[in-house]
Ligand binder design. Structure first.
Ligand code: AMP
Ligand code: MG
Length: 753
């Protein structure tokens, strides 16, 4: 006998008998062959209370009757039914990995050979076959869509090809990162057997393991080797599958698993116990459920946590966790041009040249010997900017000169044209022969000496300097002859909206659908802040699809932002996918703030995936205001830190509120418009509210909150330039803030007058 599966059903009423329970169970396990024979169940029902399970009478079942002695259960309670059968067909999927088979230049004989062996066994049902090129993402995509919890629920996935030393062989590299557990024993068994046949087996790189209860085995590409390898483990495969699917000795063992299995320890299965805990009141301060681990993917809704398993941490603690875990800035070399704006210089830059590197006139006028004083002098020549040689001047000689022109050798000053007069014009009447100098000038007057603006070797821009949009830094680098600089690389940010109900804003809406507000708003904010973005579109709430798009996004970006799917809803899978399938570390999954409480920050290590570096992901709540506000509070500062900016926070100002504000238990960031306390609006306000005064001296701004602050109401963000930082409510001490109260406000947009 072996267990073939579990159903979670709910007791409905005691007496509404209908149909046969076994038939109902059989219909839920259509693949079981023969039909299920025995049922078991837990947490249990009492004989007294036993009744209908989803409308089916369980009293007909002898096993239930014999086992329900001392158990308690109430109407509406969930219970787990375990179904057993004598034998089971395991579903198999075969993936042939080969560029040549994929593009039709070779025939796929390996999968045919594997199919023959499996069919002989009568235990395997080949449900899927797929041909893919030697490409990591494509291989992973098929595996992810076949493993259990996906649409296909394949028990055994065999890959043939791509396990050698060839440059295109990447099957092990595709499989390794997506395994939950590695099964080296299977690899060793295959290698040991193959080495007895040929020493070349040493050049095969098999990888075996488990993902979501599906066993994955990589086999060589040649039909002969693939067949030999599979045969070497064939007799132990059914047992391996039984264990992986948790089918052996299910009843008691399942209970033991809950207590002992590492995986069950890590992830949340507690609600199963809570399901029979019926004390009828909430434990708001009970933190025992805070395991900081996401619910196991695939766990039925009734068994999932009913309170978030994530500790609610403070805003400050969340920022500190980000500071400790964001990817450190990387250095790159960039050309000095307008694309450099927004980058931060990562090393001190010294001038390579003197500026100016020749003696240049500061004015249009006449180069002279300053000791000659006032008087009339012969004009010897003219020097205009851009000419590379001019005459050598002697005492009593002068030379016409333009701004920026090379000062003649010997000249000690330049007199402005306005302080001179023409005494005698040349014969052609076009130039002057003799000019009167009407003022005394001192030595060096109106001459920019060599290096007088910047000396060669002088520090031009310090490490950490931000290249601003005012252009001064770029201009400075340009005029000192620096054409390339080392800067911190700016992160590439990928943006994904999630939700079955979410559609692109240009689409017609179906019933129950909403337009995607988050990608358009976040991408604009990212772009305007000067970061490169990758638009990942909208993903449905399907774990396999979500994982696939997240993997793709992470392979292309440094920071991933997702919106939606992080709360407590039935379809909120983001936390579980990031933690369980991408092996990410959830650094926080709940923050005490409003809006945006479920914001989640995850670090995804490179070694567990195939990324070139660690990645980070911000999973923001789906409501448009929550998404945008948490972007400014958490994501934008992080993007700036990754880009090397030293200031760790967005700028803050002190503001005075103009209306009373009821506080929320959580610190709140309300959307508001700040204006100068001297602005016409502010003057008008004080004219009509003569009794209201700012409680602090020297306050520069008043703020008006932008209407109703619900987190779905994006209108509250219109016209916003600050987020005012409201403290959390303290009963009896701090409940309502009165007009005139002064607070910090985070500046997110320019503040006009
Ligand atoms: P969730 O965080 O997925 O539970 O979603 C919370 C609310 O936000 C739901 O009402 C969603 O329909 C809505 N929502 C989620 N994503 C978006 C989006 N991209 N644009 C607009 N509304 C959204
Ligand atoms: Mg959702």
């Amino acid at each position: 006998m072996r267990v073939i599966g579990r159903v979670l059903l709910t007791l409905v009423t005691i007496n509404s008998l209908s149909g046969s329970f076994l038939n109902k169970v059989a219909s839920l396990f259509p693949r079981s062959n023969p039909l299920p024979e025995v049922v078991d169940f837990h947490p249990g029902l009492s004989r007294r209370d036993i009744g209908c399970v989803d409308g089916f009478d369980v009293r007909d079942c002898p096993l239930i009757q014999s086992q329900c002695q001392d158990m308690i259960c109430e109407e509406g309670t969930s219970c787990q039914i375990i179904v057993q059968s004598c034998s089971k067909m395991y579903s198999v999927g075969i993936i042939t990995v080969s560029d040549r088979c994929y593009n039709g230049t070779a025939e796929d004989l390996s999968s045919v050979a594997l199919k023959e062996i499996l069919q002989d066994q009568k235990k395997f049902d080949i449900k899927k076959k797929e041909l893919v090129p030697d490409e990591v993402m494509k291989i992973q995509k098929v595996i992810c869509s076949w493993t259990r919890n996906s649409d296909e629920n394949i028990d055994l996935i065999l890959l043939t090809g791509g396990t050698g030393f060839g440059t295109r062989d990447v099957t092990p590299e595709a499989v390794t990162p997506i395994l939950d557990k590695v099964a080296d024993g299977l690899s060793v068994a295959m290698l040991t057997n193959s080495l007895k046949i040929t020493p070349f087996a040493a050049l095969s790189r098999p990888v075996c393991g488990i993902r979501n209860k599906s066993i994955i085995i990589t086999l060589p590409g040649s039909p002969k080797a693939a067949k030999e390898n599979l045969e070497s483990i064939l007799n132990i495969l059914p047992h391996a599958l039984e264990l992986t699917l948790g089918l052996k000795d299910a009843g008691e063992k399942f209970h033991k698993d809950l207590k002992n299995d590492d995986k069950f320890h890590h992830y949340n299965l507690k609600p199963l116990q809570r399901g029979i805990h019926n004390c009828g009141h909430h434990h708001d301060n009970d933190k025992s459920n805070e395991t900081n681990k996401s619910d196991l993917l695939g766990l039925p809704v009734a068994l999932r946590s009913r309170k978030s398993p994530f500790e609610m941490i403070s805003f400050e603690k969340a920022l500190n966790l980000i500071k400790r875990n964001y990817p450190k800035p990387k250095k790159i070399s960039k050309k000095v041009d307008f694309d450099l704006v927004g980058y931060v210089i990562c090393e001190d830059i010294f001038s390579q040249e003197n500026l100016p590197d020749y003696r240049a006139s500061i004015v249009d006028g006449y180069a002279i010997y300053h000791n000659d004083g006032k008087g009339e002098f012969a004009v010897m020549d003219s020097a205009t900017a851009g000419e590379d040689s001019v005459l050598k001047l002697s005492s009593k000689e002068i030379c016409r000169i333009t701004t920026g022109a090379l000062v003649p050798e010997g000249a000690t000053a330049v007199v402005m044209v306005e302080d001179t007069e023409v005494i005698k014009a040349a014969d052609d009447g076009k130039t002057e022969d003799i000019v009167g100098i009407n003022v005394e000038v001192s030595e060096g007057e109106n001459i920019r000496e060599i290096g007088s603006d910047v000396l060669k070797g002088e520090l031009l821009l310090e490490k950490g300097t931000l290249i601003t949009q005012i252009g001064a830094e770029i201009g400075m680098l340009a005029c000192c002859g620096i054409s390339e600089v080392n800067v911190y690389k700016k992160p590439i940010v990928a943006v994904l909206s999630t939700g079955n109900e979410v559609v692109d804003h240009f689409q017609k809406l179906g019933k129950g659908q909403v337009r995607d507000a988050n990608r358009p708003s976040l991408i604009s904010a990212i772009k305007c802040a000067g970061f490169e973005y990758l638009d990942l579109g909208i993903a449905s709430d399907d774990p396999a699809k979500l994982e696939e798009i997240i993997r793709f996004g992470l392979s292309k970006c440094d920071v991933l932002i997702t919106t939606g799917g992080v709360s407590m809803g039935e379809k909120d899978f983001l936390k579980s996918i990031l933690e369980q399938n991408l092996k990410g570390e959830i650094l926080f999954g709940r923050v005490s703030l409003k809006p945006g409480k479920p914001i989640t920050f995850v670090k995804i290590p490179k070694e567990k995936n195939i990324f070139d570096q660690d990645k980070i992901c911000f999973s923001l709540p789906g409501n448009p205001v929550s998404a945008l506000v948490t972007f400014f509070l958490f994501v934008l500062p992080t993007l700036k830190w990754i880009s090397g900016e030293e200031s760790f926070e967005l700028p803050k100002i002190r503001v005075m509120i103009t209306e009373s504000i009821q506080l929320d238990p959580r610190p709140e960031f309300q959307r508001a418009r700040a204006t100068s306390i001297k602005s016409p609006q502010a003057l008008e306000y004080f004219k009509f509210n003569k009794n209201i005064k700012a409680e602090e001296e020297g306050i520069g701004f008043i703020v008006n909150v932008n209407g109703f602050q619900r987190s779905s109401r994006l209108k509250s963000c219109l016209n916003t330039n600050v987020l005012i930082c409201l403290p959390g409510f303290v009963k009896g001490k701090l409940e309502v803030l009165q007009p005139g109260t002064c607070l910090d406000a985070i500046v997110i947009e320019n503040i006009g007058f």
